[in-house]
Each structure stands twice: as C-alpha cells, then as structure tokens.
Write a protein that binds this ligand. Structure first.
Ligand code: SF4
Length: 477
C-alpha cells in the first residue's frame, strides 16, 4: 500500500490528491507536507515585507522564472499619472518595481497590455494551467482552481518562504465534492450558484476542506463562469476550490502566451486529462444542489452567506439557529434593514461591476446586455471596471465601453477598484451599493458605514437602470 501524508494511494484518487502527491517534496513532522509551488503570483500589497525579509537574510529568489507580478489593489482606475496622489500607494508601487527589477521577475506592468487583477491575468495569459500548484498572497487565489489546479492564498511569511525555496508547508485538506445537478433557469448564473452554496454550507462550512465543484451545471459553465465559482470558495471557508479540466479548459488555453505551443500543447492536454479525479475517487464529503431550483440571489447582510433569493424576505434572526442569530441581528442593524423586509425595490446609491469575481469580458457583456439603450437612474453612481487590460481591450473592440458610457456609467481602467477600496474608488457615508464583488463585510468598500449587496453583474446593471433592486428576470423577457 503506497501512502504519502497519510493518504492511501491505492484507491481511486481525486485531482487534488494526484496533484498534491506530484508536488510533495516530503512529509514534515506534525502532519504537514512540504509542497513544491509551480507558480507564484505576487502583487504590490502583500509582497514588500516578504522581499525585505529575504533581503535581510541575504537570500535570492529561488525561481524568478516561476514568479509573476502585477499591480491591482492600489492602482487608480481613472488617471494613472505617477506619482499617484496617494503616497502609500506610490510607495507600494515603487517597492514592487524595485523588487521585481532586482530579482529578475516578470512584471505585468500598467500599459504593458497585460496588467490586471492577479486572478484575472493568470488565467488569461495561460500562466494558470491544470495540474499546477499556485500560490499568491491573496485569499481569492482559489480562483485558479477552475483549471484543475491546487491554488491557495498565503500570508506574508509564506510569500517569503516561497520566494526563498519555491516550496511551502501545507496540511492536506479533506475533499468535499459539490455537485450542481440539472439545468439553471434563465437569469440564474454562476454567481447565484456560489451564493446559494455558501448560504447552505455557511462561511465556515469549508474550513479544512478543498471544494471540488462538479455536475452537469458546472460542466456546462464557460471558463469565466467556473472562475466565478472557484473564486468564492474562500468565502465559504474553503481555501481551495477546483474543477476537473475538460475540453472547455483545453480550448480556452490553446494559444495563450504562456501555454505550451505546438506538439507540446497536445502532450500537455493528454497529461491534463489524466489528472482529473478518477470515477471511483474517495471523497470525505458529498453535497448536491438542484440547479434547476436556484433563483437569482443577493446578500442582505455582512457575510456572503447572509443571502436570499431575490423574491425572498430577509430572515428574522429569532427564526434562525442560535449560532446564526447574533450575526444576523448585527447585520440587520448595520445594513439598516428589518426582518421580513424584501430587497426588491430597495433604492441603491452605487452600482459596481468589476473584481476578480465578475470583472471578466463575459461579465461585462452581461451588464452591457441590460444597459444597452437604457440609462442609469438619476442619482445612481455606476462604475464599470474591467479586470485587466486585456478585458478592457476586448470590451472596447466589442463596443461595450460605448454602451456603458451612453448609459451614463463611468468606464474605468483595470484594477480591484471598489471591491476593496484601497484606491480612490469608494463608497461614502452609508451608501448602498449593488456590487458584483465577493465580500460584503462592514466597511469593505471604503466607508466605515458603507453597505454592500453582492449579486451578479446582470443584477447590478438592472439595479443601476432602475435605481433600485429588481429581479433581473424581468429584463430577460
Ligand atoms: S478584486 Fe477584490 S477580492 Fe479580488 S484580488 Fe482585488 S481586492 Fe481581492
């Protein structure tokens, strides 16, 4: 019986177990594994301290060729003039420029045509590939698992460790298979699926787990829809989320700048196929959802699990299990909502389409479909922020920017923008924002009293037009 890290290799294996075993350097005392990291993505916010520690110890970057940098969190999305008005942002940018230049790391710099949110540029450049281990100092690194990779967020000390050794100490998680059966109804999309999953399993339900998403709904999803799903794994507590690679992924990857070319691509596809979970693979847990019963979703509270179907009322904390009641009461007070109240018809102040969850071309297309020939309601500030320079370019070529501008939206340059508000894009006061992002925590969008409603890009666009929350299905006929 072959065992590694306590795992019985003679049984059918999941993709996660195969990729883990291929990257395992050795078992460490205490149950962790030293794991080789195939791709290390870095950005300006979490890397400066790691480089400083490396320098203090006189250590070089072990694999600069497997390390790629971009700038996303702090970059302004209106004027990108240097130096940035925000001195802290300018300092972080300069530190990144200096570090990548000194260490020989490829920098996907602004105006290179390749800059963007780290979880958008990795896939679109073909850096993200099936069977890889991928780390980044950002919790939404689970996004890259959509390609069949083990992808995970790390902290500053782990960035330092990977820079120095290209390895990391990690404990193998349990695997939960989440199948989404049936067929989604019109107007229901990947964002609704993941919000429904998180609502059911909770924000802590995935702690200690990697989520494997499967089933006919997931298999029919485009690559960009899959990325929305895996992106929010961490919002359900799962540090890792993955999907078995298939033709959809292979077609997407062919010809990307960093994917193997020519015969090497065919060999890669053969290998990528072989790492998919075996039909008889053993899972630690199984959950299934009936996709046909799902409806457009949106959050009402201060965690991504505090969501409802668009037609449903906000729950009464007194009717919830004890462990959820206190958080629900706190959320209602913060959001200024009442139990039983419906979000339909609720007036919004801001509409935001963007982020690593929903800032890709198909997300912008969905928003444009709603906004075309319509106007943003008076008093609503609507921002559309492409996830990358490539998305920005493609949207321009498709005329989407014209649609947004004609509708009265602000069409911005690529970056994280109002997802986190580490740049000038932020809510003010207690503004209510319909947002295509992934976190609705208190103050997340830059104002300590700002309020966020998470939903799909199409729902955001419909809310922008009406000036209030609407059921996007009304717009689809
Ligand atoms: S878009 Fe938001 S969640 Fe994604 S990397 Fe940027 S700040 Fe983080």
């Amino acid at each position: 019986m072959a065992r590694l890290g306590g795992y019985d290799r003679s049984m059918g294996r999941t993709l996660f177990d195969k990729v883990w075993d291929l990257h395992a350097v050795r078992d460490l005392p205490g149950g962790a594994t030293q794991l080789y990291v195939g791709l290390h993505l870095i950005h300006e916010v979490t890397s400066p301290q790691a480089f400083a520690e490396l320098r203090a110890r006189g250590l070089p970057v072990r694999r600069p060729d497997r390390t790629f940098a971009t700038v996303d969190h702090i970059i302004p999305t209106d004027a990108r003039r240097r130096p940035f008005a925000d001195a802290a942002a300018e300092e972080m940018f300069q530190a990144l420029e200096r570090n990548v230049a000194e260490c020989g790391i490829t920098f996907l710099a602004p105006e290179s045509g390749r800059q963007g949110i780290v979880h958008v540029v990795g896939p679109e450049l073909g850096l993200t590939q099936p069977g890889m281990t991928i780390a980044c100092g950002d919790s939404h690194t689970s996004t890259h698992g959509a390609f069949g990779a083990i992808a995970f967020g790390i902290g500053t000390s782990q960035i330092r460790d990977i820079l120095a050794t290209q390895t990391i100490s990690l404990v193998r998680p349990r695997i939960r298979r989440i199948r989404v059966e049936g067929r989604l109804a019109r107007g229901v999309c990947a964002k609704d699926v993941i919000l429904a999953i998180i609502r059911t399993l909770g924000v802590k339900g995935g702690i200690g787990y990697a989520y494997e998403y499967a089933g006919p709904v997931v298999e029919r999803f485009s690559v960009e829809e899959r990325l929305t799903l895996t992106n929010m794994s961490i919002e359900g507590g799962a540090r890792f989320g993955f999907i078995n690679p298939d033709e959809t992924i292979f077609v997407y990857l062919r010809g990307r700048p960093y994917t193997p070319q020519g015969p090497a691509f065919e060999r890669a596809v053969a290998w990528w196929r072989s790492i998919a979970s075996d039909p008889g693979a053993r899972y630690d847990d199984h959950v299934s959802f009936d996709g046909g019963r799902l409806e457009p979703m949106l959050t009402w509270g201060i965690t991504p699990a505090q969501s409802v179907r668009v037609t449903e009322g906000i729950p009464d904390p007194r009717a919830l299990p004890q462990e959820e009641a206190a958080s629900a009461a706190e959320a209602l007070a913060y959001m200024e909502f009442r139990p039983g109240e419906k979000l339909l018809g609720k007036k919004i102040d801001v509409a935001f389409v963007g982020s690593c969850t929903n800032g890709r071309l198909s997300d912008l297309e969905e928003a444009a479909r709603i906004l075309k020939g319509r106007r943003v309601a008076p008093g609503v500030r609507a921002l559309i922020v492409p996830g990358s320079e490539a998305v920005e370019r493609a949207a321009h070529e498709a005329g989407l920017d014209e649609v947004f501008l004609a509708a009265g939206c602000q069409w911005r340059r690529p970056g994280c923008s109002m997802c986190l508000a580490m740049n000038p894009d932020r809510l003010s006061g207690n503004e209510l924002c319909a947002s295509s992002t992934n976190r609705n925590f208190k103050g997340r969008q830059g104002s300590p009293t700002g309020r966020t409603l998470l939903m799909s890009p199409a729902m955001v666009a419909a809310a922008a037009v009406e000036g209030r929350i609407v059921d996007v299905r009304e717009y689809l006929g």
